[in-house]
Design a protein around this ligand. Structure first.
Ligand code: KG4
Ligand code: ZN
Length: 345
């Protein structure tokens, strides 16, 4: 059994968890959302300062909740990339310092690998190969998971990520930040067929569409035009119907691509990860489509879809079990492809 203390500070959540292989002993998430809400989005410098103020309390709380002493910890992990550089630095420096003080191995983790590993927390028996549909605020990818650290990106967004599209449309509708959860809530009370919206297809030069890539900027513009048209007509904006139609379009688009990709590559299991994996529309579309194709879909627990440190700890335990550790000179990187994760070891 490998026990890890893991830290995640890549964006606007300060998170610390204690994980024993694929079992969560404690998971503390301190959200900064209320601080950033007044600015309408995450302000990087504000995020870094908040992490500095909160991180030590989160470490203490995670140890206390898990009832674990330092002697029982086998390694210290932190997200090293990708993310906001100043924010990442707070978590990484804390992890390195704890590793030096307590003489433990240190492991840097790729944030997206963490999102993939969130599914191992729901099903500890899960084994590669499988397909991961990773949908977060910054990424929309179809990743072929071959083994720990061995990934191939089969599909990506050409412009906005799915979560980013939710956030931008929510802003357009004056729903505040972050937009995903509130859009999801409103969509459940609206009519998904109210307004036909484009499905984010990426055209190919010879005609037809790219089977796995998506594009959400056109969809966002279509919603903008729809809102402008409805505003000109006067009356109250049918926000619930717009949210439901938008969610329907995104869910349909992502589901179609994930299913096609799994079938083409002969993968029987699809796991989803990232904040948008919490979306009710996407979950129901994907579950229904997979059932008709005899594919298995694995959804992480809602609390492990959005950023948390338990998923980072789970990935770190797997790397430690394979003898992968990081040098204390490892730096943070705002961008790092998932296919390059082994650069961290
Ligand atoms: O994975 P995550 O917490 O952070 C990143 O790594 O980006 O994802 C955050 C994104 C935000 O864009 C947020 O609006 C979206 O996930 N999100 C949702 C839902 N919950 C969070 N989008 C749609 N439906 C939701 N229920
Ligand atoms: Zn994330």
């Amino acid at each position: 059994m490998t026990t890890v203390l893991a830290i995640e500070t890549s964006c606007d959540e300060t998170a610390v968890a204690i994980v024993k292989n694929r079992e969560v002993c404690s998971s503390v998430v301190s959200s900064q959302i209320s601080v950033h809400q007044q600015y309408g989005g995450v302000v990087p410098e504000v995020a870094s300062r908040q992490h500095v103020e909160t991180i030590n309390f989160c470490v203490e709380q995670a140890l206390q909740d898990a009832q674990v002493e330092w002697e029982a910890i086998d390694g210290i992990a932190a997200t090293a990339a990708p993310g906001l550089v100043g924010a990442l630095l707070v978590g990484l420096t804390t992890a390195k310092t704890l590793a030096i003080v307590h003489q433990k191995p240190f492991v840097g983790i790729h944030h997206l690998e963490g999102h993939i590993y969130a599914s191992y927390l729901s099903d500890p028996a899960l084994q590669p190969p499988f397909l991961c549909l990773l949908v977060s605020g910054g990424h929309t990818s179809l990743i072929y998971v071959k083994d720990c650290g061995v990934y191939e990106t089969l599909g990506e967004t050409r412009d906005d990520a799915a979560g980013e599209a939710f956030d931008k449309v929510a802003r357009l509708l004056n729903l505040g930040y972050p937009g995903g959860p509130v859009m999801d809530r409103l969509a459940q009370e609206g009519n998904p067929q109210a307004y036909p919206l484009p499905e984010g297809n990426v055209g190919l030069p010879g005609g037809g569409y790219h089977p796995y890539d998506s594009s959400f900027s056109g969809l966002k513009t279509a919603v903008l035009r729809l809102v402008q048209k409805l505003q000109q007509q006067g009356g109250l904006l049918p926000v619930k119907d717009i949210a439901a139609s938008f969610q329907e379009s995104v869910s349909r688009s992502l589901t179609k691509r994930a299913i096609a990709c799994a079938i083409d590559y002969g993968l029987e299991t699809i796991v989803i990860g990232g904040g948008v994996a919490a979306n009710s529309g996407l979950r129901s579309h994907l579950a229904a489509a997979a059932a008709t194709r005899n594919l298995r879909v694995l959804f992480p627990d809602l609390k492990f879809c959005t950023d948390n440190a338990a998923m980072i700890g789970c990935a770190a335990a797997e790397h430690l079990n394979r003898g992968h550790t990081s040098r204390l000179t490892l730096g943070v990187q705002s961008r790092l492809a998932i296919t390059d994760v082994m650069q961290l070891y």
